[in-house]
Design a binder for this molecule. Sequence first.
Ligand SMILES: NC(=O)c1ccc[n+]([C@@H]2O[C@H](COP(=O)([O-])OP(=O)(O)OC[C@H]3O[C@@H](n4cnc5c(N)ncnc54)[C@H](OP(=O)(O)O)[C@@H]3O)[C@@H](O)[C@H]2O)c1
Length: 267
Amino acid sequence: MARSLAGQVALVTGASSGIGWELAKQLAGEGCKVALVARREAPLRNLAAQIAAAGGTAVPILADVGHREQVEAAFARARGELGPVDLVIANAGVGRPTLRDPVNMADVEDTFRINLMGVVYTLSAALPEMLARKSGHLVAVSSLAAYRGLPSESAYCASKAAVNVYMDGLRIHLRGTGVRTTTLCPGFIHTPMTASNTFHMPQLMTAAYAAGRMIRAIKARKKVYNFPWRLHLMVKLSRWVPDGAINWVMGDYEAEAQKAVADRQKQ
Ligand SMILES: NC(=O)c1ccc[n+]([C@@H]2O[C@H](COP(=O)([O-])OP(=O)(O)OC[C@H]3O[C@@H](n4cnc5c(N)ncnc54)[C@H](OP(=O)(O)O)[C@@H]3O)[C@@H](O)[C@H]2O)c1
């Protein structure tokens, strides 16, 4: 059953762009007061102004989710300005390829720091108050990439697999406490993260459409929500596809991954 989110305080990480931007905007449209968390100030202020102009309430808060003390400070600010947080969406993430030789270790470390520890810090910062209030909803934005390690994407896939397993454990650990969890595993979404991909992205969704589906899953209190279902099925079946076939399909991606890393290192 779908429940109303009106009047709730929501905190969304990675709200300065892509999926997080859309989630925050749509949550505000549902009547939530929204704390917008990311590192870039200008887009957060822009979104807060758009939400205010539409009659909603949003507070931009600067924080790097890979630093626990910054995440805790962000929650203290959200609580001070909006009240206790009812809904947390740990969405901030980076999509960086993993090269073979030499391994781009700084990117790999960032991937785990932001995609995994960022989720852990964000949800953990919300938990004590939620447990005391015996209510709250913790949401992680993972990915269908969690279900299959792919060449040149080892760190990204592993970070998302770790998020899924962490969320499974947390969900069971929180039984009977009044605090719920949802793990969201989307397929390809058109955002700045995927904008420079040159390969075919099957069933590519707009961020607005994907955020709408995510919010419906949150309202329906889904434990794990994988979508779109056809791509989810393909990814699950791909676990039985031989490594050689995966390598053949993704053979061209290695050059693209090397170029993406080189371009970013130049910036
Ligand atoms: N796009 C897809 O196809 C797709 C598919 C499945 C899952 N996902 C997941 O969806 C989430 C959002 O991705 P997106 O596609 O919307 O990407 P995006 O447009 O690049 O947005 C990423 C967001 O994360 C924030 N962020 C990155 N590092 C951060 C840090 N250290 N501290 C705080 N915020 C940080 C960015 O803000 P600042 O740079 O301002 O900090 C930005 O708001 C990610 O977890 C991604 O893995 C995406």
